[in-house]
Design a binder for this molecule. Structure first.
Ligand code: PLP
Length: 390
């Protein structure tokens, strides 16, 4: 069977084999310390659950408008105003089935064959594959040793073909934040060249040490008119499985994205739309509580990793990932991040994500969306296992 050229261009996940093995081991009863999971272990807040149950009981089960029900679009506007200081009207926002779907829709309506999209590495792997799926060419730019992105790196990568710059701050997999000074310069570059920014702010609340992330769309009307600000209820409300993402941006792009969505997923789940209104406009105390706990986990896992000979790392600024350099372990039969992730799985019963997936093969990603007890136990087993390598 000849599949489409489109899907043939999309890489098979190099890391899938490790994840599949971890799942198989866990299923067969082996206790696996899961540090590969990209989602909060906190439950969905009670008021959000209640509103989902109410929607079911009220039979809110039919098709809705493609961009989301009007009350949800209004709630999204309120959220952008409250958290990001951004003013949008309901026809400048829409909801989709997850943040991933939002970015997919955006790239599909923006990119033509040969258009370039700038992505900073280490990156979230779907950025790369979604650009390719849309017929675009990913243009990868490097960050520094602390994974910080500079406007100069972006400037160097811009060509006549550059259509989009994808920003992700705080970043998956590194937790790095784009500093305000660099962000402002990137905004100026985008305005000067007329490049669209896709700003993935899905980890915006996961920032520590009093740091704040700013939405790039907030630097003035010109950049706002070129920016799609992407977010989701997934990480913030521990609702990854509920599949609701949303976006604000220029009316023309949003309209095209609605048109595209009308011929694919139609709209996000009707029940989840109702619940998302409660999530976005209700009390935000659960988020603060969750982030406070994640901060403790962040400090714990980094301290433990730093105490183990061979892991090079530092406190990440945001998200819930730590991305240590592990290439000092690459000797003997261990050649790369996939081998090392397999070693951690086999010898320490810990699952991590190989950095290769993010074009950073000297690293592996640990998620600290795991209890402090799991972190302590996992680090104990890793400490013992890697001693064999020295
Ligand atoms: N953007 C980034 C940077 C992510 O890490 C993820 C999920 O891991 C997503 C988007 C997708 O979010 P959602 O689950 O809402 O589709």
């Amino acid at each position: 069977m000849q599949l489409s050229n489109r899907i043939s261009k999309v890489g098979e996940s190099a890391t899938l084999a490790v994840a599949t093995k971890a799942l198989q081991l866990a299923k067969s009863g082996v206790k696996i310390f899961r540090f590969d999971v990209g989602e909060s272990d906190f439950p969905v807040p009670a008021n959000v659950k209640k509103s989902a149950k109410k929607a079911i009981d009220e039979d809110f089960s039919k098709y809705t408008p493609v961009a989301g029900i009007p009350e949800l679009r209004e709630a999204i506007c309120k959220k952008f105003k409250r958290d990001n200081g951004l003013n949008y009207q309901p026809d400048e926002v829409m909801a989709s089935s997850g943040g991933k779907q939002v970015i997919y829709n955006a790239l599909q309506v923006l990119l033509n064959e040969g258009d370039e999209a700038i992505i900073a590495k280490p990156y979230w792997v779907s950025f790369l594959e979604q650009v390719k799926l849309a017929g675009g060419t990913p243009k990868i730019v490097a960050t520094d040793e602390k994974f910080k992105l500079s406007a100069d790196a972006i400037a160097e990568a811009i060509t006549e073909q550059t259509k989009v710059i994808i920003l992700n701050s705080p970043c998956n997999p590194t937790g790095a934040i784009v500093d305000e000074k660099e962000q402002r310069k990137i905004a100026d570059l985008a305005v000067e060249k007329g490049i669209v920014i896709i700003s993935d702010e899905i980890y915006e609340h996961f920032v520590y040490d009093g740091k704040k992330v700013r939405s790039i769309a907030g630097y003035g009307e010109e950049i706002k008119n070129l920016t799609l600000t992407v977010n989701a209820i997934s990480k913030t409300y521990g609702a990854t499985g509920w599949r609701l993402g949303y976006v604000a941006g220029p009316k023309q792009i949003i309209k095209a994205m609605i048109n595209l969505q009308s011929h694919s997923t139609t709209h996000p789940d009707s029940i989840v739309q109702k619940a998302s209104i409660a999530a976005l406009t209700g009390p935000q105390t659960s988020v603060k509580k969750m982030v406070k706990e994640f901060d403790k986990r962040r400090k714990l896992i980094v301290k433990r990793l730093q105490e183990i000979d061979g892991f090079e790392t530092f406190l990440p600024e945001g998200a819930f990932y730590v991305f240590p350099k592990v290439s000092s372990f690459y000797k003997g039969s261990l050649h790369n991040s996939i081998d090392f992730a397999n070693f951690l799985l086999d010898e320490a019963k810990c699952s991590v994500v190989p950095g290769l997936a993010s074009d950073a093969d000297n690293y592996v990603r640990f998620s600290y969306a795991a209890s402090r007890k799991t972190i302590e136990q996992g680090m104990d087993t890793i400490e013992k296992a890697v001693k064999k390598l020295h």
